[in-house]
Design a protein around this ligand. Structure first.
Ligand code: GTS
Length: 215
């Protein structure tokens, strides 16, 4: 298998690198670097792999390409027939997918919109693809900073009654929140001071081997 991504990239490359470490699959994967600062992911060769022009992409040995972190995680988690990140029962699966989608929409995607539309984002080569009129959309981007802060407060509340984002066990939803917080830190969106449970949960997650040493 190959993973096409940006080494050290977050939130999405990081999500899959944590999944690989969780599932002990790192040694089975070859990483192919995609230079997203140079907009390599917006060129025809990459768009043939993923028409959305985003990383990461998983390339299987038979030439199949899987993109979207959720889909890649489902594939990797079920390879050994013993899913640990995406749920076993119908209810677990439903909860994990619901919470992980909320983590994308309310946190990491909101940070992304802020980053790409209210700041210079990934720089001059990429910005024409992301937000050519970025300075004119600053207010829209800034509203997503507020959305990300509201998302942090939401997950703080969830973690006050559950040890993990989707309930009693660590899952793909935790990985999405973790990676979203890394992205928020990079974009200089600080976790509100009253989100003490989210801060404590995030600190405890840093001791997890897959988070400490992603693939
Ligand atoms: N929904 C996609 C997924 O789940 O894989 C999102 C992927 C995504 O946005 N990846 C980012 C990307 O390619 C990489 S990173 O910001 O997470 O490092 N961004 C570049 C772009 O031009 O959108």
């Amino acid at each position: 298998m190959k993973i096409h991504d940006m080494p050290g990239g977050f939130p999405n490359p990081l999500r899959i690198r944590i999944v690989l470490a969780e599932k002990n699959l790192t040694s089975q994967v070859t990483f192919v670097k995609v230079d997203i600062i140079a907009a390599e992911h917006k060129q025809p060769a990459f768009l043939a792999k993923n028409p959305s022009g985003t990383v990461p992409v998983l390339e299987l040995d038979d030439g199949t390409f899987l993109s979207e972190c959720t889909a890649i995680t489902e594939y990797l988690d079920n390879l050994d027939g013993r899913p640990t990140l995406t749920g076993k029962t119908p209810l677990e699966k439903g909860m994990i997918h619901m919470m992980q989608r909320r983590a994308e929409a309310e946190l990491s995607d909101a940070v992304g919109i802020y980053f790409h539309h209210a700041t210079p984002g990934l720089g001059a080569r990429v910005q024409p693809y992301k937000s050519p009129e970025w300075s004119g959309r600053k207010a829209w981007g800034e509203r997503h900073r507020d959305k990300a802060l509201a998302g942090m407060r939401y997950f703080d509340g969830i973690l006050r009654s559950n040890p993990f984002v989707a309930g009693q066990t660590f899952s793909m939803a935790d990985i999405t929140v973790l990676a979203g917080l890394v992205f928020a830190g990079f974009a200089e969106i600080a976790v509100p001071a009253d989100c003490t449970r989210l801060v404590a949960w995030n600190a405890s997650m840093q001791d997890r081997p897959s988070v400490k040493h992603p693939a």
